[in-house]
Write a protein that binds this ligand. Structure first.
Ligand code: GLU
Length: 460
């Protein structure tokens, strides 16, 4: 059997990290099994769907490298197909028209609640042998209801939740077409999953209640349902369900804030799946290790500080030249033309950065004027150190421009003036990079053109 998985987002808000985790796992499962990953946009809620939301889905997935093999299919473009299946079901007596009005349904619900019964459709219009149906009211367009089995259980072995069994007596006859003939959500999902030959449905557990209904429709259509894995919810930092309404950022915002795609994939992978104690891993390792048997059963909580930490680890491990490409892109947006120093600048500073934007800030100090803060200047550039700064500037005018020679000059000045390393290094850092906290001074100066160093030192 070839594995076929899908991600089926509804474009009703900008996709956040919690949602896109439901793309990562089916993608990873398809990739790790040599299968096919399908993207399906469930855009039938016309009022709430938007092209802008579709764009964020496509952009976010492309950024994270969650490439699809088929699609994107759009449900709105498949309406004819759903209607065709509806007609087939009508012909086979699998669905029936129901004329119960909204007012009648409300009254029924109230009666049931008053009797402490679970509100459900009572089957008034369900045809049965020997049963006399009411007269259809004039001029009313009926809904179509699915003839759910009356007895027995629907059961499946969920890859996350284990065995789930629901009695058919709990399920009433689902509306699968509205009065205007448009198909409803659960029905479209089943037709799609059949037509797209989906073998594994991996999705959020907010759909677990739909699953027994969907399985019954599968069986009515003569198909065996796929394997299901229902992923626990992702909570935000306040322990609420992650959602746009309570401040979850669109996925693409993490890209813009300087997170690496591989780090976000790593972080999301761990948010609901584990491979022993492994915290930091590459995309290749993830695909090698991923399986459906180690999905977490409890809700995962998003933690931006942890994501930053994972990002920092990936930055450390990343090849300096590859990192420099990302940084160069950002520098160009700030009007800077980066040069071949950039990979070395990235190598020198990446250990102290948790996003590429922080690294861009460091790198820009090598290309744009720096403005040391008044406090730093007052604290470090004192009368006592000015002669040493002039001496250093004079020495640096003539030395070979490399780390060793620069280091020797610094030591020479320390010897001649009796200052300690920090007393000289701090003011030089403030003047040259605009801040007192930097990596080793000789390594920093080596990457800055000599004339710029001399010019910045002269501002003492
Ligand atoms: N469109 C649904 C959602 O965005 C997912 C449906 C499914 O995966 O079956 O929640």
């Amino acid at each position: 059997m070839t594995v076929r998985t899908r991600f089926a987002p509804s474009p009703t808000g900008f996709i956040h990290l919690g949602n896109i985790r439901s793309a990562l796992y089916p993608w990873a499962f398809a990739r790790s099994q040599g299968g096919t990953f399908i993207l399906r946009i469930e855009d039938t809620d016309l009022e709430r769907s938007s092209q802008a939301a579709v764009d964020v889905i496509l952009e976010g997935m492309a950024w994270l490298g969650l490439d699809h093999d088929e699609g994107p299919y759009y449900q709105m473009q498949r309406m004819d197909r759903y209607k065709q299946v509806l007609r087939e079901m009508q012909d086979k007596g699998l669905v029936y028209p129901c004329y119960m009005s909204v007012a009648e349904l409300d009254a029924l619900r109230e009666r049931q609640m008053a009797n402490k019964e679970k509100p459900r459709y009572d089957g008034t219009w369900r045809p049965e042998p020997g049963k006399q149906l009411p007269q259809p009211p004039e001029g009313v367009q009926p809904v179509l209801r699915f003839r759910n089995p009356l007895s027995g259980v629907v059961a499946w072995d969920d890859k996350v939740k284990g065995r789930i069994e629901i009695s058919n007596e709990e399920l009433d006859d689902l509306v699968i077409a509205r009065p205007d003939g448009t198909p409803t959500y659960n029905f479209c999902v089943v037709v799609d999953d059949i037509d797209m030959r989906i073998t594994h449905v991996i999705r959020g557990d907010d759909h677990v209640n739909n699953t027994p209904r969907q399985i019954n429709i599968f069986r009515a259509l003569g198909q065996e349902p796929p394997v299901y894995a229902h992923l626990p919810t992702v909570l935000n930092e306040r322990g609420e369900k992650m959602s746009k309404r309570n401040g979850a950022k669109p996925v693409t915002q993490f890209r813009d804030e300087g997170f690496l795609a591989d780090a976000v994939v790593n972080y999301l992978a761990r948010l609901g799946w584990s491979h022993g104690d492994e915290e930091i891993f590459s995309r290749q390792q993830f695909l090698q290790w991923f399986d459906l048997d180690h999905l977490g059963k409890s809700a995962a909580q998003f933690d931006e500080a942890k994501l930053r930490w994972v990002n920092a680890q990936h930055m450390k491990l990343m090849d300096d030249r590859v990192l420099a490409l990302l940084v160069a892109e950002q520098l160009r947006k700030r009007g800077v033309a980066p040069d071949d120093r950039l990979p070395r600048i990235c190598g020198l500073f990446k250990d102290r950065c948790d996003t590429t934007l922080v690294l861009v800030d460091w790198a820009s100090r090598f290309y744009l004027p720096v403005q040391p803060g008044a406090d730093d200047k007052a604290k470090h550039i004192t009368e006592g150190v000015r002669p040493a700064l002039s001496m250093l500037a004079r020495m640096l005018e003539g030395v070979a421009w490399d780390k060793a020679a620069i280091g020797d000059s610094i030591k020479e000045v320390l010897r001649a003036t009796g200052l300690k390393m920090p007393q000289l290094a701090m003011p030089v850092r403030v003047l040259v990079l605009g801040t007192a906290q930097t990596p080793s001074l000789d390594a920093v100066l080596e990457l800055m053109p000599r004339d710029i160093v001399l010019q910045r030192l002269s501002a003492a």
